[in-house]
Design a protein around this ligand. Structure first.
Ligand code: NAD
Length: 364
């Protein structure tokens, strides 16, 4: 097992270990039993994961001295809302949970965000543990303490910053992950390489085949490297006041495309096109070497994500969505751009005509 420690703050430091390994659930049960063996432990999961792993994990934890009660919610983004959060909190009360209780989030980003949100407000805050089961959650959403639920008006509009006690990443979960979800996670790993780790980017280029075959060794390496990138950025800027924004590379246009497609495009697909657009803007305005832009497009294509905007999308529709971006400040749409691979910066605002040109280019 590999262990990274995420440390936040100088005074009142919060530390959270990120443990990465393969088939580690028995050891995780043992570790959790030491800390939480005498308190009420509730595992929150979704219906897919419950049917794949619910019984097995409950039994393995039980054998290690940890009794857990499972709360299962429907799988999918539609579950991540206030109604579900309230129903989970009512169930916690029915189960006799109190301030000493712990919530274990077993699932993808939907479960992680929901469990973190509930943990942050239930009885003014109880402990929670992240056991991410999608590649995206392992390298991104489980790390950094952002919790959220959606409103009909938009995604992640209600939430808190609340760090988990620990994050346990078991690569064995990836064996049952559908290809589409695997590719969503790979898009975020490519992003980590582009913004912070040229070594990771080079490795991804060299290893597209073993990655597609889900080679265990290469997955362990790229997950660890991507976790290091996320951890390093969160440590410097937990509350997204500055540096953490670079994690949004590809996401500004990506979110607009996702919304414009009515979520027909997956997050990974939309972010992939967004990264291509950000690279093109960087090439036009900030002399990103053409070779870097070509490498980014080639890597995204090699993992099977689109590099072009579907022609059915209207340019004006996409521009309209960009103007609604919740991360905009006033009328300015901030874009994360790069000077070269590994050197990101937040641009102070892109003129609409440049955005229009790039969107048009990518629709052709
Ligand atoms: N908190 C953050 O910093 C942060 C960052 C990025 C994204 N997010 C949030 O994450 C959410 C998306 O998360 P996601 O992409 O993990 O989606 P998800 O949680 O919906 O999981 C995707 C699907 O995969 C299934 N699944 C999960 N693990 C599986 C496994 N091992 N085997 C088979 N099936 C499995 C799930 O049941 C679900 O159907 C969004 O709500 C997004 O807002 C949060």
């Amino acid at each position: 097992m590999k262990k990274l420690t995420l440390t936040i703050g100088r005074k009142d430091t919060v530390a959270c270990d990120i443990t990465i390994g393969y088939d580690i659930m028995d050891r995780v049960g043992l570790l959790l039993a030491k800390d939480y063996g005498k308190v009420k432990c509730v595992m929150l999961t979704d219906s897919h994961i419950a049917s794949l792993y619910g019984e097995e994990i409950t039994r393995r934890f039980h054998n290690m001295g940890l009794a857990v009660t499972m709360i299962t919610v429907a799988a999918g983004e539609a579950t991540k809302n206030m109604e579900t959060a309230l129903s989970v909190m009512k169930k916690l009360l029915e189960l006799g949970a109190d301030r000493t209780s712990v919530i274990i989030a077993l699932g993808g980003g939907v479960i992680g965000d929901l469990a973190g949100f509930v943990a942050s407000v239930f009885m003014r805050g109880i402990s929670y543990i992240q056991i991410p089961t999608t590649l995206m959650a392992q390298v991104d959403s489980s790390i950094g303490g952002k919790t959220a639920v959606d409103l009909p008006e938009g995604k992640n509009l209600i939430g808190t910053f609340y760090q988990p006690q620990a994050i346990y990443i078991d690569l064995k979960f990836l064996e049952t992950l559908p290809d589409k979800e695997m590719k969503n996670g790979l898009a975020e790993i490519i992003k980590s390489g582009i913004i912070e780790d040229i070594g990771l980017f080079n490795l991804l280029e060299a290893a597209t085949k073993p990655i597609a075959e889900r080679d265990r060794k290469i997955l362990a390496t790229i997950v660890e490297k991507a976790c290091r990138v996320k951890k390093g950025i969160v440590e410097m800027d937990e509350r997204e006041k500055g540096l953490r924004r670079i994690l949004n590379f590809g996401h500004t246009l990506g979110h607009a495309l996702e919304a414009e497609s009515h979520y027909e495009l997956s997050h990974g697909e939309a972010v992939s096109i967004g990264m291509v657009a950000a690279a093109r803007i960087s090439e036009k305005l900030y002399d990103l070497p053409s070779l870097d832009r070509e490498r980014i497009e080639a890597l995204i294509a090699a993992i099977g994500h689109p590099t072009r905007i579907p022609p059915s999308f209207a340019t004006e529709g996409i521009l309209g969505r960009l103007k609604m971006d919740k991360k905009r400040v006033g009328d300015t749409i901030h874009f994360v751009l790069i000077k070269k691979i590994g050197f990101p910066f937040v641009n102070g605002g892109i003129e609409e005509n440049i955005l229009r040109d790039v969107i048009e280019e990518l629709r052709s």
